[in-house]
Design a protein around this ligand. Structure first.
Ligand SMILES: Cc1cc2nc3c(=O)[nH]c(=O)nc-3n(C[C@H](O)[C@H](O)[C@H](O)COP(=O)(O)O)c2cc1C
Ligand code: SF4
Length: 518
């Protein structure tokens, strides 16, 4: 008699930090234990999150009919799920079927995040099987200047916040004559309510590694650094594994893929200061100094890390580059509207029923995002405001919700898109407190180099306190003074921390004046 070979059932359980915080590891233990007592063999694979956070931990079982999802799954739910036939895709209230057909996901245009939740972030073969490294292969067959041209023609703008055209930045570094150039990745992701960088690093780290490698070849850099916030230990582990695998297989290091080009990447941990996300502070920190803003010029592209020409790009910017090289600049540029080309991974957070990652071409309205994707507030109360673009982003009232999410339209509304974070507030929010918080945040995080920010933020907190406790006459004068202070901070600050703090303050004053008393 021959031996019967039992093929274990493959189950995917995310190891994304969000899923872990909701008990994904205990779900794994429950699945393994539960399968054992039922005489079934299982093989657990760990993926990133698909970005439907209200359904995490989202478990997927490989069946003859494809991957069948269940969610949210808690450890305590596992015995009943196993009894309901989860290992064969059996029916259950939490069965979601093929998650790709879920309207929330099916309506998205995932380019940068196409592999999120699909692949095992530690498996280079998974990456290759899902189109990975096609961009690098294309880049290796091109002249560096042509790679830069492709990125310029794609219309890609920096996703870290400033939305500067990536190709132009690369062109500047490319054009410098220097013995050593660098590619640095800004993975500080300090904005409140943002997590797309983390999701890529945890769920598809090879995309970032490939993007940085392409950048290195394009500009003539042989060294790359990822500046990662210390609060992202899971991303640090995922990156360390992926970097080692890429090196083993010749995708990093000397003579990569036999091309005669060298490029390698090291990770450096930042100690958790918001200002270290500002690119020149990040460079100071990378050089081992206190994170303090450098005066520009010179631009980092001319004199950056260790005084050498340096590309500084955000995680999403870099992780998008392989798509452009693999599928062409025109393919990418075809998404989006106006000067906002391609897709933007929006991160929906705060008081919202369905939070998570929504990658869509630029142009989706705030209303579509918060109601159609978000499903309104988690509290069930009406939405009063959304803050877009992190702690220094403007607050928009319901009357502005038809604004398309793209750089120019938001700018015309005295708002900004930043890193794509959208935080929802219901009608219990006190907007004067939110304005005060913005100033307090600025005072706390200020690097102290310039006066409008260092002193202005503290005076601003005092002013809001005075406005809230004073009589009508004095209040009017203080409101005018607060506006003047915002003017000084906006025009006189050395960097965006002091310069953008007026956005939340002024938008709160403009749209929610009633919260400031009187
Ligand atoms: C106060 C402040 C904080 C910032 N924080 C971040 C950050 O956490 N991550 C990021 O990528 N960019 C951040 N930026 C923007 C960077 O200075 C820079 O524009 C960006 O890293 C460039 O990459 P990109 O062109 O790919 O967006 C910050 C800017 C300011 C003024
Ligand atoms: S605006 Fe604030 S954070 Fe920026 S350089 Fe001035 S003091 Fe430093």
């Amino acid at each position: 008699m021959g031996t019967v070979v039992v093929t274990p059932t493959t189950i995917w359980v995310p190891q994304d930090a969000g899923a872990l915080s909701l008990g994904a590891d205990s779900v794994v233990r429950a699945l393994e234990g539960g399968a054992r007592v039922r005489g079934r063999e299982v093989r657990i694979r760990r993926n990133g999150s698909r970005g439907l956070y209200w359904l995490e931990p989202l478990v997927e079982v490989e069946t003859r009919a494809g991957r069948i999802a269940y969610g949210p799954v808690g450890a305590a739910d596992v015995p009943k799920l196993l009894d309901a036939g989860l290992l064969d895709g059996g029916a259950h209230a939490s069965r979601l079927g093929d998650i790709n057909t879920h309207p929330w996901l099916a309506s998205q245009q995932r380019l940068t995040g196409a592999r999120l939740g699909v692949v095992d972030p530690a498996a280079l073969d998974d990456y290759l099987a899902h189109g990975g490294y096609a961009g690098l292969e294309a880049a290796l067959a091109m002249a560096p200047a042509d790679i830069v041209t492709a990125v310029t023609e794609s219309g890609l703008r920096g996703r870290g916040g400033a939305a500067f055209p990536t190709g132009i930045k690369w062109q500047t570094v490319h054009d410098q004559k220097a013995a050593q150039k660098y590619v640095t990745c800004n993975a500080d992701e300090g904005d409140s309510g943002t997590f797309s960088d983390r999701m890529i690093m945890e769920g598809d780290p090879f995309a970032l590694i490939e993007g940085m490698t392409i950048a290195g070849i394009a500009v003539g850099a042989t060294r790359g650094y990822i500046y990662l916030r210390v609060e992202y230990p899971h991303a640090a582990r995922s990156l360390a594994t992926a970097l080692a695998r890429a090196r083993e297989r010749g995708y990093l290091g000397h003579d990569l893929r036999g091309s005669g080009r060298d490029f390698d990447i090291a990770v450096r941990l930042g100690a958790g200061a918001y200002i270290c996300g500002e690119e020149t502070s990040m460079l100071e920190s990378l050089e081992g100094r206190r994170g303090e803003v450098r005066v520009r010029p010179p631009l980092p592209a001319i004199k950056g890390l260790f005084g050498q020409p340096t590309v500084v790009n955000n995680v999403i910017t870099l992780a998008t580059v392989p798509v452009i090289l693999a599928r062409g600049a025109a393919f990418y540029r075809d998404f989006g509207i106006g000067k906002s080309r391609g897709t933007i991974p929006l991160q929906l957070a705060g008081n919202v029923r369905r939070g998570g990652l929504v990658e869509r071409a630029f142009g989706l309205s705030v209303r579509e995002l918060v109601y159609e994707y978000g499903g309104g507030t988690a509290s069930g109360r009406p939405i009063r405001a959304v803050q877009i673009g992190g702690p220094l982003g403007a607050y928009l009232p319901e009357s502005a919700f038809d604004t398309p999410l793209e750089y120019e339209a938001l700018s015309a509304n005295s708002a900004l898109l930043g890193h794509g974070g959208v935080v929802v507030f219901d009608d219990t929010v006190d907007m004067a407190r939110m304005a005060r918080y913005a100033l307090e945040f600025c005072a706390f995080e200020s690097c102290g180099k310039c006066t409008p920010c260092r002193i202005g933020s503290t005076r601003g907190v005092e002013l809001v306190d005075r406005i809230l406790s004073s009589s009508n006459g004095a209040r009017a004068a203080d409101l005018a003074l607060l506006d003047e202070l915002c003017d000084t901070m906006f025009n006189g600050s050395l960097c965006g921390l002091g310069g953008m703090t007026p956005f939340p303050v002024r938008s709160a004053l403009l749209h929610f004046r009633e919260d400031f008393g009187g």
